[in-house]
Design a protein around this ligand. Structure first.
Ligand SMILES: [Zn+2]
Length: 314
């Protein structure tokens, strides 16, 4: 379904993507200054690979040019102080990158020619450095597993899930994981919102940041951090997603539904307010909407029952 109205401020179609990047010496300084945490790769090679993979994914779906903007830690710290932002927060790095671009820093165009020096600054040919298929084939486990609690806003009884998601998962994949955990059918568009950022379904032409170009760690930065996931711009199901815990990654780091409660509402039922009304009408044969509620929900519908409970939990 196309959005019936804009959820966000209008923005022009992105003419160019800007990718923030810490060169090796700056990466070490970023660690030393506490700008990186358990959700970041410790190894610069793993970090470069992640950056290259993100740009390849962007290039697969968009013809817009991609510019790599090398970050300077001292300059980033000065920017954070000037703007009153947390220098360790990933959103600050995104905002800093935007500021660099606005102030005329065009960075390095990606991808370089195969035989040209690599974008990463190594002085090695691109095809033998970050563009090397052997380098790209290595898949280190994500550095962290994020334990997230998802609450569907505005419904009673509560509909919630607790999930574990690898920290580097791109947000288009996180969308599918949330769909799966909640019980939605992935029939509509979606958007992720934070106080500062709007990251939207790549099928949208709103010009906002596409979900396949951002990773979960960009918006789920620290324990206690929260973002909103909106599904279906018609019914506008809002989910509050909170980071409960950051666990170390490792071989078992994969998407897992850990716990939950409450039934997922049916698709296209009219949003939280009308769903609540139908639940009341379902148990009230005198309600003028009783028949409609039975038709939409089913007469044995139990809103408190979670159908997706892992084996042995129900
Ligand atoms: Zn390289």
């Amino acid at each position: 379904m196309q959005p019936t109205r804009s959820l966000t401020r209008p923005a022009p179609r992105a003419a160019v993507y800007q990718m923030a990047y810490f060169p090796p010496d700056q990466y070490e300084q970023a660690w030393a200054q506490g700008l990186l945490n358990a959700t970041s790769y410790r190894d610069h090679g793993d970090y470069r690979r992640e950056t290259e993979q993100t740009m390849q994914a962007l290039a697969d779906r968009s013809a817009s040019p991609i510019h790599i903007l090398p970050m300077d830690v001292a300059d980033l710290l000065a920017y954070a102080q000037r703007t009153g932002k947390d220098p360790a927060a990933r959103p600050t790095r995104l905002a800093y990158t935007g500021w660099l671009h606005e102030t005329g820093h065009t960075g390095v165009l990606w991808p370089p020619e195969r035989n040209s020096p690599c974008w990463c600054g190594s002085a090695t040919k691109y095809k033998k450095c970050c563009g090397n298929p052997v380098f790209l084939a290595v898949e280190p486990p994500d550095p962290a597993s994020l334990i997230l609690r998802i609450d569907l806003d505005g419904v009673t009884p509560a509909v919630w899930r607790r999930v574990a998601i690898p920290s580097n998962t791109t947000l288009d994949v996180v969308h599918r994981m949330i769909q799966d955990a909640m019980g939605w059918y992935d029939e509509h568009m979606y958007v992720f919102e934070t106080d500062e950022h709007t990251i939207i379904d790549p099928r949208s032409d709103s010009g906002e940041v596409p979900a396949d170009g951002e990773r979960l760690v960009s918006i789920a930065t620290d324990v206690g951090a929260a973002f909103t996931y909106v599904y279906d711009f018609g019914d506008e199901w809002r989910h509050t997603v909170t980071v409960e815990e950051i666990r170390p990654g490792g071989p078992g780091n994969m998407f897992t539904v850990l716990d939950g409660g409450g039934a997922c509402p049916p698709e296209d039922v009219g949003g939280a307010g009308w769903y609540q009304h139908l639940l009341a009408a379902l148990t009230d044969p005198t309600s003028p909407d009783h028949d409609d509620a039975v038709e939409r929900l089913g007469d044995d519908f139990d809103p408190g029952r979670w159908h997706g409970a892992p084996a042995g939990q129900e």
